[in-house]
Ligand binder design. Structure first.
Ligand SMILES: [Zn+2]
Ligand SMILES: [Zn+2]
Length: 258
């Protein structure tokens, strides 16, 4: 069984489904799930993207099973957040800790402020260097989320992006991930036939750098998005020679070998 290891329910301010609704949709699709509510401590965003961990496990206790797991999407930042994140990640109740870089240079990439402040290629380099520094400081994450995050919000960057312009920056990030057994997520939100080549270059290079496994994540905020584009993600992992896994009690479980 494949697992969707990145989705948001009622403990995320932008989540539009309950855990029960997510579970019933996953049942219809024949997928396992791992919920990853937002935990972005000290983020510049105006909304509060954090949650009460005890309330989360209390609410999830009734739905939790071998095929319905409870994780977290930790917003990675340097400074005091490192220790906060380390403490959160050490909570043995989490099945899975997904690490994300949403903030670069003190600015949330999901806001429009970041765009236009730098040359597009320079901003991608800045993002990848920030990701490398953050994974080095927070190597306790299980998988690194949406590596294409800046491309979601910066349309100009998305139009000029060429993998080869950033080969060295990807190599540095992947070296830190491989050294710390951190998986790479295939985030399926932007995955399509149109973006296939760019995804393929990134995931093949992860394998070249020694990466072995990916987790799949739809980044669903509503039921209809659960498992989106997973057919393409399975094809992508196969083309890159990477295994597909999920995490239970923080241990990797291979769902599809390379
Ligand atoms: Zn995210
Ligand atoms: Zn997310």
């Amino acid at each position: 069984m494949l697992f969707d290891c990145h989705l948001h329910c009622q403990f995320s301010p932008d989540g539009m489904m309950t855990m029960e609704q997510a579970k019933s949709q996953a049942g219809r699709l024949g997928l396992g799930l791992c919920v990853t509510e937002h935990m972005d401590c000290e983020a510049p965003s105006t909304a509060d993207f954090t949650f009460d961990v005890d309330r989360y496990f209390a609410a999830g206790g009734g739905v939790r099973s071998q095929h319905f797991l409870l994780g977290v999407e930790l917003g990675l930042q340097l400074g005091p957040v490192v220790e906060i994140n380390r403490n959160l990640a050490s909570d043995p109740r989490f099945d899975f800790v997904l690490g994300s870089v949403h903030v670069v240079g003190g600015v949330d990439l999901a806001g429009c402020e970041y765009q236009g402040r730098h040359d597009a290629r320079q901003s991608m380099r800045h993002y990848l260097a920030t990701a490398t520094a953050n994974v080095a400081a927070q190597p306790f994450i299980d998988s690194f989320a949406h590596i294409d995050y800046p491309l979601r919000y910066d349309q100009h960057l998305a139009s000029v992006f060429e993998f080869n312009d950033f080969r060295n920056e990807f190599a540095e990030l992947f070296a830190i991930m491989v050294a710390n057994d951190v998986c790479l997520e295939i985030n399926t939100r932007r995955l399509s036939h149109r973006t296939w080549r760019e995804f393929c270059e990134i995931y093949r290079f992860f394998a070249v750098c020694g990466g072995q496994a990916v987790t799949l994540g739809s980044d669903a905020h509503g039921q209809a998005q659960i498992g989106r584009n997973f057919d393409l993600a399975v094809e992508l992992a196969g083309a890159a020679g990477l295994s597909i896994c999920h995490f239970a009690s923080r241990r990797p479980v291979i769902d599809r070998p390379a």
